[in-house]
Design a protein around this ligand. Structure first.
Ligand SMILES: [Zn+2]
Ligand SMILES: [Zn+2]
Length: 1020
């Protein structure tokens, strides 16, 4: 006997019961231990940060992380799954700053780095409980008791080892380079971090600025075209270059203007002034129609001199120039009163927008900085690292973006502003704190990833990306455009940069671990077991081997993406421990995260692995799309459309949520979701499965069906079809999961479950209902049992809870030797010999004909229970006709018709024939009735009334009854002619034409105009 199954099920309750079972019997642990000797399948957990509550998008990635390891376990692999926590970095510091009400680094220094970092350490596990319980609740099997944690000393030491490896390969350098800088966080961001924070709706000023010309090249000044020379106008201060910018705050740092060599530059006459800029952009600048007396090629204007908008010497700001051949060093220049700058030619000048004249500020842009080095330009940096204007300008002390308006007002007052409008464009913001980024030239430590670009690109070719387009698209592009990784951060809470420098002679050293540090001469500030974070590590000094002075640590910490990229080895404290373990766990067979990680974790894993181990780090990766709300809007707190995973879990359950995530769209697609959509999944899929399962258990228990006793020979077409489809489903599911396509596999299962319920069970009901326990009935039980047990195993990776519940009841209650859990069972293996493709195709066609036949019936408005003389089918071929003929009994029964006919002609709709058409197919039902058919229709109506009465009266499905009736002649004739049929369908022992005995349940009806009284009474 199976445990009774209630058709009214609460999936959340069921799941909690299953969670208890897994916990009590340590099923997850056993699923790994039991396969200790099996080949390993390596999964890497991309570490989340536990300083915020986990959201619905975390559920998405976590269920995709879960499904493949579960599948691989059932396929016989040992799949360890170590949890991990990302604990360092800006996000953590920002949370603590917010909590302390800080707005900048000065406050942290004042508060004390030790105290600040202690708070950071605390805060990273603030939501650990929530993470752990959500992880368990959604059925993500992960070893949360032994996680790797990036703040652990062992983890940090492995990170140091990695840095020293790069150092020894000369892949680390310090460069004076322009980096995207967050003025609020006071630190550089790497290019992948910048890529996370672009906003395409930023409103900025669009400004046309006049640069007064000091002198033009002689032959330009003397040019007589247009009947005059410019020399006089220049002398009178009436000729300007017109440049364009969207960052007015950079204008005080301007030290050159760049023109395209081959483009035409117009001299536009406006009042008593002349403006020089690109001819192609005259109309766009609003000066169409103005006289253009002269034009010059950009090449001829190179060498012109102009007056700076702001002479830095007048505002207490240094003017510097790069030392020849030394990127990292600048010489301060002597003050010059009549300072002028020059026009240069550059190939980056665009004729698309602006004026074709680019304002160059080498301190504030990568292109500008390079142009500065190439043309030996001045370097004026009138902004500090907090993004505030320095010096004694009218707008000094203001934050750069806030100074824009003052800069413009100043220029306007001096007649140097041609016009200003607003534009909306794309601008990068800090991905964590939302401050506008400033491109800023400063010293930063780099990893020379570009030196290994070709190897990274080659390695990427070995990775299987799902979806595939990421490989050459998003990720491939990212690698093709690779720039060096700016990996130092001028911050506090992170893995400290492991580089020491001699205070006196400037010698650098990069020790590869604690043993090496401990061996340094004159070591101070070090003690065994000390916290390796700042500020403690800052106090560790030793003696310079070269000059005997003191080596001090460089103050920076490193990018937290470096931490997570180091997890393949750092999680094992490699190479200081677990060398063998690491070797056996690298590279990963599988990882999965959202698509934004192409520039985050996917990249840091790939880059470090290529640079240190000369090979890729992962073989297969499912890249997930983002989640939007039901309307396709981004979820956000302000919109109030965030879906709380717990709400969904408490109402629909984890299986429904998982199934939704797997099957609502391919993993890489953007996915809309709302709690209602999950409810729909629960109703459409899980309930269909559950009802089939519950149907089976109810009847199997009535008939004392015991699986495995005797396997009957299959004679029924329905059984043969179901077994064929089931084995085909095993093949498909296995293949698609093997190809990292849970969506394709899940959709196949879903369609199988639909057919199982809506065709197999419906068509087989009578076989289960009939009273004799013959071979046909046994075959039906066996077939349905086999389908449900196999489904539980196929579904185990997808919906682990319901799969376990079905398995426990259908398998474990009858076979104590079976594996203890469905998740310890092997994945089903298809019996390919059992697949009869003809019957699969034939049944599919029969289903199609039936669905079209039902449409034709419903169009004719004949009652469903009224038998009709025939169905007429126009099929595509004689083979199809044969297939339908073979399955004729199912079609007749399904459509409630007496015969099937075939036509090669088109069917004509008429009073006697109702037709439905679909593609090449036409199906019609003949609607003319004989008196016999009318009687039979009446008998069926009576059966339905009696069945409803049985339910109303509270009878069990297997209870037998006695039926009484009263009615006229026609009613009596029907009750007599169809007595056997009515008895069988309603489990009536006898049918009596008389008043009911006391205790019977009675109802009166009017059927097709005939009065009828029916009574039923249970018999023992
Ligand atoms: Zn920031
Ligand atoms: Zn030294």
């Amino acid at each position: 006997m199976f445990q009774p199954v209630n058709s009214k099920v609460s999936f959340p309750d069921l799941e909690k019961r299953i969670l208890g079972l897994w916990r009590d019997r340590k099923i997850f642990e056993k699923s790994i231990e039991a396969r200790a000797a099996s080949p390993r399948y390596i999964f890497y957990e991309g570490p989340p940060t536990a300083n915020g509550n986990p959201g619905i998008h975390h559920v998405l990635s976590r269920v995709f992380k879960d499904i493949i390891p579960r599948y691989k376990t059932m396929k016989g692999y040992c799949v360890p799954r170590k949890a991990g926590w990302d604990t360092h970095g800006l996000p953590v510091e920002l949370e603590v700053e917010k909590q302390l009400g800080f707005t900048g680094k000065a406050q942290i220094e004042e508060y004390g780095v030790a105290k600040f970092n202690a708070l950071c350490r605390e805060s990273v596990f603030k939501y650990l409980k929530q993470w752990d319980s959500l992880t368990e609740r959604i059925g993500f099997w992960l070893d949360i008791d032994h996680p790797y944690v990036t703040l652990d000393n062992t983890y940090i030491e492995s990170g140091w080892w990695a840095i020293s490896q790069l150092w020894n390969k000369e892949l680390i350098y310090q460069g004076y380079k322009v980096t995207p800088h967050c003025p609020r966080c006071g630190t550089s961001l790497s290019s992948h971090e910048v890529a996370l924070g672009y906003k395409d709706d930023t409103v900025d000023p669009s400004v046309y600025v006049k640069f007064k010309i000091h002198s033009l090249p002689e032959e330009v000044a003397a040019d007589k075209s247009g009947g005059f020379t410019l020399a006089d106008a220049v002398a009178r201060g009436k000729v300007y270059f017109l440049a364009w910018t969207t960052t007015p705050w950079t204008l005080p740092g301007n030290t050159a203007l760049a023109l395209a060599e081959d483009a035409d530059y117009a001299v536009v006459s406006l009042g008593d002034e002349y403006l020089i800029f690109a001819q192609a952009l005259i109309v766009q600048a609003g000066l169409g129609g103005q006289p253009v007396p002269k034009t010059f090629k950009g090449g001829r204007l190179a060498g012109s001199q102009y007056y700076p908008l702001f002479n830095p010497h007048e505002f207490g700001v240094e003017r510097k120039r790069a030392k020849e051949g030394q990127q990292g060093q600048f010489d301060v220049q002597e003050p010059v009163k009549d300072l002028t700058y020059k026009i240069i030619n550059a190939d980056f000048v665009s004729m698309e927008d602006g004026t074709g004249i680019v304002h160059i500020a080498p301190a504030f842009g990568e292109v500008d900085f390079q142009a500065g080095l190439e043309n030996n330009l001045d370097f004026v940096q009138q902004v500090d690292l907090a993004g505030n204007i320095t010096g004694s300008y009218a707008f000094s002390g203001k934050f750069v973006k806030d100074a824009d308006a003052d800069v413009l007002a100043d220029l306007d007052r001096r007649g140097l502003l041609y016009k200003t409008v607003k534009i909306t464009h794309t601008y990068p913001f800090c991905w964590r704190c939302d401050a506008p980024l400033v491109y800023y030239a400063k010293k930063t430590w780099y990893i020379r990833t570009s030196a290994r670009k070709d190897e990274m690109i080659a390695g990427n070719r070995q990775i299987n990306w799902y979806p595939e387009h990421i490989k050459e698209g998003r990720f491939g592009d990212w690698l093709n455009n690779n720039v060096d990784w700016a990996f130092s951060r001028e911050r506090y809470w992170g893995t400290p940069l492991i580089i020491w420098m001699c205070r006196k002679c400037g010698k650098y050293e990069c020790p590869g671990g604690l043993a090496e540090i401990k061996g340094k001469p004159g070591l101070q500030g070090y003690s065994d077991g000390m916290d390796l974070h700042r500020p403690y590590i800052d106090d560790v000094t030793y003696t310079c081997a070269a000059c005997g002075d003191t080596m001090v640590r460089q103050p920076e910490v490193i990018d937290c993406w470096f931490d997570s990229g180091a997890m393949p080895f750092a999680q094992w404290h490699y190479p200081f421990e677990n060398r063998e373990l690491f070797k056996n766990s690298f590279p990963a067979d599988y990882i999965s995260e959202a698509v934004d990680q192409t520039r985050g974790w996917f990249y840091s894993l790939h880059a470090l692995s290529t640079l240190i181990f000369d090979q890729p780090c992962f073989k297969n990766v499912i890249c997930l799309g983002h989640i939007l709300d039901a309307q396709g809007e981004k979820m956000s707190k302000t919109r109030g459309n965030v879906v709380d995973p717990w709400t969904v879990l408490d109402s629909s359950g984890a299986d429904a949520l998982r199934w939704y995530m797997f099957t609502s769209g391919p993993p890489g697609n953007v996915r809309r979701m709302s709690p209602d959509m999950v409810v729909e999944v629960m109703r459409n899929f899980l309930m269909t499965l559950w009802n089939t399962y519950s149907f089976f258990v109810i009847y199997a228990n009535i008939d004392n069906f015991a699986p495995g006793k005797k396997t009957p020979k299959i004679t029924s077409d329905l059984d043969r079809w179901l077994i064929s489809s089931l084995n085909q489903l095993i093949l498909d599911t296995d293949r698609q999961l093997g190809e990292y396509d849970p969506t394709g596999a899940g959709r196949k299962i879903e369609s199988f479950v639909n057919d199982l319920s809506n065709w197999y069970v419906r068509r087989s009901r009578r076989r289960f209902w009939k009273s004799q326990n013959d071979d046909d009935k046994l075959s039906a039980y066996h077939t349905l049992y086999q389908a449900l047990v196999t489904l539980s195993k196929l579904l185990a990776p997808f919906t682990p809870f319901i799969a376990e519940d079905i398995y426990q009841n259908l398998v474990r209650t009858v076979d104590k030797d079976a594996p203890e859990s469905v998740h310890l069972a092997p994945f089903p293996v298809a019996d390919e010999k059992a697949i009869d493709t003809d019957i699969i195709a034939g049944t599919e066609l029969a289903m199609k004909v039936c669905s079209m036949g039902r449409a034709a019936r419903s169009k004719s408005q004949v009652k469903v229970r009224q038998p009709l003389p025939a169905v007429v089918v126009k099929a595509r071929s004689s083979a199809e006709r044969d297939a339908l003929n073979n399955l004729c009994a199912q079609i007749l029964d399904e459509l409630n018709v007496k015969g099937i006919e075939f036509s090669s002609e088109d069917l004509q709709e008429s009073k006697a024939l109702s037709v439905s058409a679909e593609g090449d197919y036409q199906v019609g039902v003949v609607t003319e009735l004989t008196p016999e058919l009318v009687k039979e229709g009446l008998a069926r109506e009576i059966v339905r009334r009696l069945q409803t009465m049985r339910k109303t009266h509270g009878l069990e499905i297997a209870d037998h009854i006695r039926t009484y009736y009263e009615g006229g002649e026609q009613v009596q004739a029907v009750m007599k002619d169809f007595a056997e049929y009515i008895k069988q369908e309603t489990l009536s022992k006898e049918i009596l034409h008389k008043l009911a005995d006391p205790g019977a349940y009675t109802e009166k009806f009017k059927l097709s105009g005939l009065e009828i009284t029916l009574s039923i009474k249970k018999v023992d």
